[in-house]
Design a binder for this molecule. Structure first.
Ligand code: PLP
Length: 401
């Protein structure tokens, strides 16, 4: 048997088992996939805008099919700087931008440069699993800080403060958050930045959902504090509904030149993998230079679905949920009682009985227990069918008590 390296063997993908069960269930009943955060799975409502797809076709027909600059096509990096300035008043220049194959590669690059045994990273719990996966892959340790459901899923700043040690390398902020749909308030983000400044800790900001917000705009750390080093990450997957293009970027906001060494070394990683997708980079320029209103349409479509799902959730006594402020996820708490042992058991019972497929909360790290995550990407019609089934399912479990 070929021996696999420990670092790869240690990677766990907690939510995979649900997918395997869903495939089995799909043989006998309709499965409602409320588990995957890809808008393009619902093409009747969401698809990569035509003008961006046309720009991709044009880019390849015009011959942009070769390796690009490892750091990214300069014109794309330039328009990203302009966009960050216009939307968030963050001052960057082209050398501060590195084009990546999605935010995921940005996380991997960062952790390749920062994580090693003995180094800790404060990450939100519940939070996106790739953070802790890459931290442990490179030998570091994740330390979860608590997102507080009672405070609209804002981070509990005390939980961050108490866990900062001399081993802490960075605080990762993720707003709007996956899986909670919560956003960090300006006050809380400010307090986190104060802590980072006091302890001289890097802030890493995952901004992939920053354009998908419902009631207020989201706060980016580099727009409110000008003296803390911040690495921001963003991409084209969600707001442009182009998850398969694998395109994103990192920016190094570095007012006091603290990130020079990190950035130079991460650029080596970028060179090793040659470049991000070249035609996609040219097409992305078009989305900046001739922007259309597809993201605001996406948000309006999602708002209707969010409001509907929230209303239905309110009618179910076993579930309680905080209204999401951004992204396209809800993270309800389950009253497990004596019916289910834990959130995983609830999710599998629901899936097998009704075909409604959601993701169990404990798969999102510490503080995710007793919850599940569902997307509200499907049409209201499909959400209605799914909620009708959840309703019947919960009633039947209540009667069996
Ligand atoms: C919080 C968060 N960050 C990053 C990603 C991945 O982004 P990308 O497609 O740019 O790699 C996701 C995808 O679901 C996400 O939810």
């Amino acid at each position: 048997l070929v021996k696999v390296a420990e670092r790869l063997r240690n990677i766990t993908y907690a939510i995979r088992d649900v997918y395997t069960i869903a495939k089995e269930v799909a043989k006998t009943k309709k499965v409602h996939y409320l588990n995957i955060g890809d808008p393009g799975l619902f093409p009747d409502s969401f698809s990569t805008p035509k003008y961006i797809r046309e720009a991709l076709a044009k880019a390849t027909l015009e011959g942009n099919n070769l390796y690009a600059d490892s750091l990214g096509v300069p014109e794309l990096r330039r328009v990203i700087c302009e966009a960050e300035k216009a939307s968030k008043n963050i001052c960057l220049n082209i050398d501060d931008i590195l084009i990546t194959q999605g935010v995921t590669e940005g996380i991997m690059f960062l952790m390749s440069g920062l994580a090693e045994p003995g180094r800790e990273f404060l990450v939100p719990g519940p939070g996106y699993p790739a953070y802790s996966n890459y931290i442990t892959f490179f030998g570091g340790s994740e330390v979860y800080y608590r997102l507080d459901e009672e405070d609209e899923w804002n981070p509990d700043v005390d939980s961050i403060r108490k866990q900062i040690t001399e081993k802490t390398q960075a605080i990762l902020v993720s707003s709007p958050n996956n899986p909670t749909g919560g956003m960090y308030s300006e006050k809380v983000m400010g307090e986190i930045l104060d802590l980072a400044a006091e302890h001289k800790i890097l802030v890493i900001s995952d901004e992939i959902y920053d354009k998908i917000t419902y009631d207020e705009t989201c706060v980016s750390p580099a727009s409110i504090r000008k003296d803390v080093p911040i690495v921001g990450m963003n991409g084209f997957s969600k707001a442009h509904m182009a998850t398969g293009w694998r395109l994103g970027y990192m920016y190094f906001y570095d007012p006091d030149h603290k990130l020079k060494e990190l950035k130079e070394n991460i650029e080596k990683m970028a060179r090793i993998r040659l470049c991000a997708n070249t035609p996609a980079q040219y097409a992305a320029i078009e989305s900046y230079t001739h922007p259309r209103d597809h993201t605001s349409r996406l948000v309006e479509n999602l708002r209707t679905r969010r409001d509907y799902a929230y209303k239905r959730m309110q009618e179910l006594p076993e579930l309680s949920v905080t209204m999401p402020k951004g992204a396209f996820y809800m993270f309800p708490k389950i009253e497990l009682g004596t019916t289910w042992k834990n959130d995983r058991e609830f999710v599998i019972d629901l899936l097998k009985e009704t075909g409604v497929c959601v993701t169990y909360g404990s798969g999102f790290g510490k503080y995710g227990d007793d919850h599940f995550r569902m997307t509200f990407l499907p049409s209201v019609n499909e959400l209605e069918q799914a909620f009708d089934k959840i309703d019947i399912f919960l009633k039947s479990r209540r009667q069996n008590k």
